[in-house]
Design a binder for this molecule. Structure first.
Ligand code: ZN
Ligand code: ZN
Length: 153
């Protein structure tokens, strides 16, 4: 986590200098994308729960910055590929995003939508068995538990 923050800081600093091999427009574009990247990561790091792309946009706005939807979605895709951010889906089909921390799962209240992290993973062992049985190279798994929280039940 610490390391990646340093990396991003460096990258945005490097992008701040004029690069003679890049057109002005491309440079501007790169800088804008880089700013959106930093903004997204900051919002996700500060959040106590996973956020949808719309919520990320709103929180960035609350910090006094603004990026169009396309920029945010494009940056989310890159952050996913770079392993900085994880995407997962709940029952309402809305993608949620969080910083890629240690492997964990979620328990979700279907009434108030509170999402909590569960760090015990019982799926990993089963995963190996299934991978052998189905001749699959498994990349990842997701496992969410739904129910009613203490306040809502
Ligand atoms: Zn609840
Ligand atoms: Zn797991």
């Amino acid at each position: 986590m610490q390391l990646s923050c340093v990396k991003i800081g460096l990258r945005s600093r490097i992008l701040g200098y004029d690069n003679p091999f890049m057109s002005m427009e491309k440079q501007k574009n790169e800088r804008r994308i880089s700013r959106s990247r930093v903004a997204i990561l900051r919002v996700l790091s500060k959040s106590l729960r996973p956020l949808s792309a719309v919520e990320i946009g709103e929180r960035i706005h609350a910090f006094g910055q603004s990026f169009n939807k396309t920029t945010i979605y494009r940056e989310m895709e890159k952050l996913k590929l770079d392993g900085e951010v994880k995407e997962f889906f709940l029952r309402n089909d809305c993608a949620l995003y969080e910083r890629n921390r240690a492997h964990h799962h979620h328990i979700v209240c279907v009434s108030c939508n509170v999402v909590r992290d569960i760090y015990a993973c019982t799926v990993s062992n089963e995963e190996k068995r299934i991978a052998e049985q189905e001749h699959f190279d498994i990349i990842d798994h997701s496992f969410e538990i739904f129910g009613l929280c203490k306040k809502c039940r």
